[in-house]
Design a protein around this ligand. Sequence first.
Ligand code: GLA
Length: 383
Amino acid sequence: MKSQLEEKFAEQYQKNADAVYFTPGRVNLIGEHIDYNGGLVMPCAITLGTWLAISPNNDGKFRFKSLNFNEQTEVESNVLHQKNGGLWSNYPIGVINEFIKDGKEISGLDFLYFGNIPIGSGLSSSASIEIATAFAINDYFNLGYDNLELVKKAKRVENDFIGLNSGIMDQFAVAFGEKDKAIVLDCETLKYKMVDINLGKYVLAIINTKKPRELADSKYNERVEECQTALKLLNEEVKLNNLCDLNAEKFALHKHVIADETILNRASHVVKENDRVHLAAKALNAGELEEFGRLMYASHQSLRSLYEVSGKELDTVVDFCIDYEHVIGARMTGAGFGGCAIALLEKGFEEDFAKHLTDYYVARIGYPGEIYVSDIGNGPTKL
Ligand code: GLA
């Protein structure tokens, strides 16, 4: 991929690339919609990702081109920029703003991106572009930020520039991923542990529903607000920083302060999902994959009925998995409202699974999804 991108860079910019970087996407194994509630999450980086080639220019501009999108953008260096509609280049421009706000003298760079993460599929293509940009700039201009600082910058881009009130999980996962390891991240303290993913006789299948994520951002922000409402109500009775300060037992003692059924359901999901991640981390450590799979199904059920971020397409995939004897656990991953599901699938059944799932899915949804078997990969690197 590196040499192909270098070739394209030379074609597009009529000069050679100076450096090429790779940044992964991510899947979240379990712990959904709890990062912004101070919970524990368990994502890992995947080997799909974003390649980025850069080279300096002499006219003090930043130029962004991508092999995935037709649009190209050019902006002045060293001034803060506004968000421009729904352009993909808002992500790198937001990152540039973060460095400019810090007073860093960065200027004159041409960028060419290529990504093989399906866009809008819930595998964090946007976090991957953000971290790719931040990592490359930090490296190229020798700015000396550590990865956690880059993660915080990328999260600010998402929250303040793009307008999605997301948590820190995606940017963290993309920046801290390690081959064959899951990250068990406490989103309140940002303490984390790397846990070996030993899937034994199973592989991690990723199933893209290919459902366009209409209104996903506004529904996401609505969930964040619902959690804040629950937290406010609970705080009338018990002092909490985050919903995930409560476990299910303690939540049961205080939940009567939440009269609204929807808000109660949202909070129940958050608290129980957080408990499930603690159990899942133990199960993974002990090699109890069937228990891990059971927790995945329970997580999906909760996201479907209590948190209401699944949908017909994701549910169809998980319903198929429940009845397919060579899968031991499946769930939606990421924000939901479409996007991808993941499944623990017995090795050797990849083709059989793909065929039968596709038939089942097409019969109910009307078009096929896409199925990948993914490796767990590393965080950002200079190639
Ligand atoms: C999106 C957000 C994350 C997280 C997940 C749901 O991917 O960017 O911060 O909230 O949804 O778990």
